[in-house]
Design a binder for this molecule. Sequence first.
Ligand code: KIV
Ligand code: ZN
Length: 516
Amino acid sequence: MPEKKKKIYIFDTTLRDGEQSPGASLTPEEKVKIARQLERLNVDVIEAGFPVSSPGEMRAVQMISGAVSGPVICGLARTVPKDMDACRKALETAKRKRLHIFLATSQIHREFKLHKKKAEILKLAVESIRSARKDFKDIEFSPEDAARTERDFLTEVVTRAVEAGATVVNIPDTVGYAIPGEFGDLVALLIKKVPVLGKKVTLSVHCHNDLGLATANSLAAVLAGANQVECTINGIGERAGNASMEEIVMAIDTRQDFMGCATQIKTEEITKTSRLVSHLTGMVVQPNKAIVGRNAFSHESGIHQDGVLKERQTYEIMDPARVGLSGSQIILGKLSGRHAFSERVKKLGYRLSEPDLDRAFERFKKIADQKKYVFDEDIETLIQDEISEIPETWKLDYLKISLETGKPPAATVRLRRNDQVSEAVSQGDGPVDACYKAIEKITQVKATLTHYAIQSVTSGKDALGEVSVKLMLEGREVTGRGASTDIIEASVKAYLFALNKVCAKLFGPGIEPSTV
Ligand code: KIV
Ligand code: ZN
């Protein structure tokens, strides 16, 4: 009988710490979409947000609590009653819930941020855990900046947190300062001093990537006895990000011989989850990113290609299929019918309603007319692009670009709003700028473009281009994206997507119809 491997719990914080990435703001509806995908990925815990921080955040955690039933749903709180009350309210309908309380313990945080002595920190930690026990059975406690906290004080805080009733103790390397051997030693020390850790009380780690060591530190902690890892999809998060889930999971999976443990992640869902998070946050994944980067499984050098063709494992340590890269040999094109399209959509793991499938098929046919082969990546992009829950207040009706040597480009843009059609012509520094100025003339909404990125979904001259933009609108940064074989059209779609989000008031009070 195969020996049973120790289980490592995967705590996903893409929707809380990940969303703290500059500019990665998500609407509550987008958060639910990601949470549902995290459920399919089979994570153990979803940290859905910090409910006290805004009404939108509260709504997102409430919606996720109602929509997702597999993983534990977790809400973050400081050691203050209003934060814990907000979590109680936000998690009311969750089938399984956890409260995550954090309090900084390092000297620098105590002195400069909290202005509190060690004794006060201990008291706050203990009292907040005790009072949370009235409403929560599952309580996680995080001594923030643990990696820079004096070892004896950290041990004392952890001991008292466990005595007070914490069911999970999380050790954050909040500023990504630790080095793997050192972090592993810290985990080993805590287990030695508080032996229930990693057994009756879950011992978690939460590593940031400021020195590029978040994955290495997390794995060192697992080897030393931690049994929960906190991480985000694509490693998104504050500054240089958090430990990347796909890297940790695939390291444990690929090096089972050395790690001697396992997660319950359905690794075949990794690629789809990564693409969804990148698509919705507008945060492009670097091509050479381990596991989910576009180049992670491609071989350029002739010697490598030759080796892989002879025996895949010469240069590939993971089978691409293990992370959900379909590698399908049958590529769809303009002769493919609705049945073939719907079968491929199912194979890619999407369950669409009939009207959504009709819309996606209609878009597929248009794309198939413009490009010879429609790859799986194209289909995924068009599904995510088309099947959006954002109402299309403004819809692109017509677009023309005029280019004349020596003159600035001019754009003619026609937008539809309900039954009304409006047109404007504008010049700009480039064709995209001209389009955005024309949109501004029509909508009368002033937005500042803070970020613009374009990437091709597949290779080839006729590839779909996917544009992501960030706009400052009404004092908040809003992301938008759009895809088309024509990059100017993709740029316009991305802009309108962001604008429509604000019109739909998905972030709370939005642009009133009278001002648009
Ligand atoms: O990095 C950190 O310390 C955190 C805590 C809230 C766990 O995100
Ligand atoms: Zn963090």
